[in-house]
Design a protein around this ligand. Sequence first.
Ligand code: URA
Length: 228
Amino acid sequence: MSAAAERREALVGVYREAAACTRCPLAETRTRVVFGAGDADADLMFIGEAPGAEEDRRGLPFVGRAGGLLGELLGEIGLDRESVFIANTLMCRPPGNRAPAPLELDACRPYLLEKVRLIEPKVLATLGNFATKLITANPAGITKVRGRPQVHRLGERTVHVFPILHPAAALRTPRLRETMSEDFAALGRLLEQPPPPQLPDPDEIADEEPAAPVTAPPRDDQLDFFAR
Ligand code: URA
């Protein structure tokens, strides 16, 4: 079996476990777990916020109006839903579409890290304020950071992180549609670039004997995935 097929099979195992997850109270109110969908070997992975009503009903991410716009924008750069992987910070719908709670994010975090580890994306595009702040561990608002690539280590994997407005924002404010097209064009160009060099494991760095009589290198808080 090829390495990619092995990673895909492992992802199916994670999916089976996630589908029955009861790690947080959202298990009691969800209809279906929205694990994420697309190509298990994709170069591009999207992270949105959390499933809405339609996603909860169908068990698939971004299948409502925002998903329609996401598909349109992907088409502008010659991609489609099947050639990328689409996930969210949470796999279960928060009741009434409220913002995800820290306990829920903590419970979902290992699943998201496993997805990134097994899919090995080159670029992780964060959709909107919530996912962007969470993944980059930076409180800067999306309008300040959108359209500019960053590099982060998430779990075991170092990726380009590319913040983009949430498609729902462009549905609410039509003048943002053009900005989204520009950001998707830049995303297409970033996908042409090589993957970033893999950053070392911060725990291993901390374990090493310091060469000079100084303390071990400080842990970069940007490496602390889901830090708040
Ligand atoms: N909004 C999100 O952030 N994720 C979805 O899956 C749907 C809408």
